[in-house]
Ligand binder design. Structure first.
Ligand code: ADP
Length: 244
């Protein structure tokens, strides 16, 4: 369903992604791990076209972008809408309620009617356990609740794949579980997901594939059981020793 070929991203002199190749099947959950600075966030941002890769291509279902040519600006919004991004710091609009945050994208980007969107937003907020908080502002919600609004907001765009960038790392430990539960439910329902996280238990339980990335390349890719009990590469072993 997703094919990424030879993806490169450079910021000035610094080459952050050095040729990423990856295929993700429909309904699969891929967890991305690796040391800070290895390019995980940049990779997700490239998938969401928040960053324009310097080279390579990404295709999602029947849409493709080839970055070795100049990407037409008008192709970007449609391609972006194939992926839903969940950020570490939620990135909610502070002056909009939970409901308004979830409704914003479909109305402004997809030009859908308010009534249709309102109904879907209410259903999504109920789904993430916030059916009674529709009119709350972000400052009235806990971090875990804000992040669940963030997930509902991404889902409201009806993406083909959900991208999670360390969705629980800004949360107090007691709030991590409620966000992981929503993510597990999504995975169980068959959502295709790429997740950058330090939550190794989540990776073990939910991932179909785990990818260890370092220095802008994929060092190792395998099933979670294999990755955590029998990593092949010395760099993977070192990293896992440090975090486990
Ligand atoms: P990770 O998510 O694995 O911690 P990042 O993708 O955030 O890694 O960062 C990889 C490298 O790219 C870092 O050295 C970071 O400083 C650099 N980088 C990320 N974004 C930018 C940017 N917009 N401009 C310049 N350098 C950047």
């Amino acid at each position: 369903m997703i094919t990424i070929k030879n993806l490169h991203k450079r910021f000035g002199e610094l080459e952050v992604l050095k040729g990423i190749d990856l295929e993700v099947g429909k309904g699969k959950v891929v967890v991305l791990i690796g040391p800070s600075g290895s390019g995980k966030t940049t990779f997700l941002r490239c998938m969401n076209v928040l960053e324009i890769p310097t080279k390579g291509s990404i295709s999602i279902e029947n849409q493709a972008l080839d970055f070795s040519q100049k990407v037409p600006k008008k192709k970007v919004p449609l391609f972006r809408s194939l992926t839903g991004m969940v950020f570490q710091n939620y990135n909610l609009f502070p002056h909009k309620t939970a409901l308004e945050n979830v409704m914003e994208g479909p109305i402004t980007v997809k030009k859908e009617s308010k009534d249709t969107v309102r109904k879907r937003a209410e259903e999504l907020l109920s789904k993430v356990g916030l059916g009674d908080k529709l009119d709350y502002y972000p400052f009235q919600l806990s971090g875990g609740q804000q992040q669940r609004v963030g997930i509902a907001r991404a889902l409201a765009m009806e993406p083909k794949v959900m991208l999670f960038d360390e969705p629980t790392s800004a949360l107090d430990p007691e709030l991590v579980g409620e966000v992981l539960k929503v993510m597990k439910d999504l995975a169980r329902e068959g959502m295709t997901m790429i997740v950058v996280t330090h939550e190794m238990r989540f990776a073990k339980e939910v991932a179909d594939e785990v990818i260890f990335m370092e220095g802008g390349v994929i060092v190792e890719q395998s099933k979670p059981n294999e990755m955590f009990t029998n990593p092949k590469e010395e760099r993977t072993k070192q990293f896992l020793r440090l975090i486990q």
